[in-house]
Design a binder for this molecule. Structure first.
Ligand SMILES: N[C@@H](CCC(=O)N[C@@H](CS)C(=O)NCC(=O)O)C(=O)O
Length: 215
């Protein structure tokens, strides 16, 4: 079936879906939002993306984008009024996101669910993750965003994961020696686009009215 609008299968608390929603917000692209329950994924989503992860963007022309990085880039390639795909920093942004998605995410999952990974202590996992945080801190010492004076793909691609790391234990995170990173995260947590990205929606059911995002 060909949809008349692009449709994003999303999950509010998923950091990958957050970055996709942020990409759409910065691109000022509206889609139909379908909030997914991970334990009860819609058949229409699994039919187009059997790997079963969110986010998935079902394009109006029948195309499917099932990786969050590609959804951000697709949206910003349509329209990028704030210049997030800045050509001079794009390679660096993609390299940082790659490191986030491989190394940092690996340690973040273990830090968050240390009880499921008894090989090392939670503190060890936190310290492993901090290698990436320390590098982000160094990037932010002289500038407000990771790669310069304005937000780029790197900021919106990485921010949801730093947020998740911080939320494992906020007191510990804010006691760590990363003042610029903490200020950067706080700025993003209050950013109007982030607040909009985090608005709660009821899980989508076949036949529901369209939820336009951003509304
Ligand atoms: N590489 C994917 C990863 C997406 C991903 O792993 N999403 C998680 C939620 S945060 C998921 O859908 N997991 C499937 C599940 O829990 O059933 C992307 O960047 O979009």
């Amino acid at each position: 079936m060909t949809l008349s609008v692009h449709c994003l299968y999303s999950f509010r608390r998923c950091p990958y879906a957050m970055r996709a929603r942020l990409g759409l917000l910065f691109a000022e692209r509206a889609v139909a939002l379908r909030e997914v329950e991970l334990k009860n994924k819609p058949a229409s989503m699994l039919a187009i993306s059997p790997k079963g992860t969110v986010p998935v963007l079902a394009l109006a022309d029948g195309g499917v984008i099932e990786e969050s990085r590609e959804i951000m880039i697709w949206a910003l390639e349509q329209q990028d009024p704030q210049g997030l795909l800045d050509a001079d920093s794009l390679g660096q942004a993609e390299a940082l996101i790659e490191r986030n998605d491989s190394e940092f995410k690996h340690w973040l999952d273990r830090y968050k669910y240390a009880d499921r990974h008894p090989e090392m202590s939670q503190q060890d996992y936190r310290q492993k993750g901090e290698a990436f945080l320390g590098d982000l801190e160094a990037l932010l010492v002289n500038r407000p965003y990771l790669l310069g004076e304005r937000p780029t793909l790197a900021d919106i691609g990485i921010m949801p994961f730093v947020r998740q790391f911080a939320h494992v234990d906020r007191d510990t995170f804010y006691a760590l020696p990363y003042p610029h990173l903490q200020a950067w995260l706080n700025g993003w947590l209050e950013h109007p686009f982030f607040l909009q990205a985090m608005i709660k929606h009821r899980p989508w059911r076949e036949g529901d009215d369209v939820v336009v995002f951003p509304s």
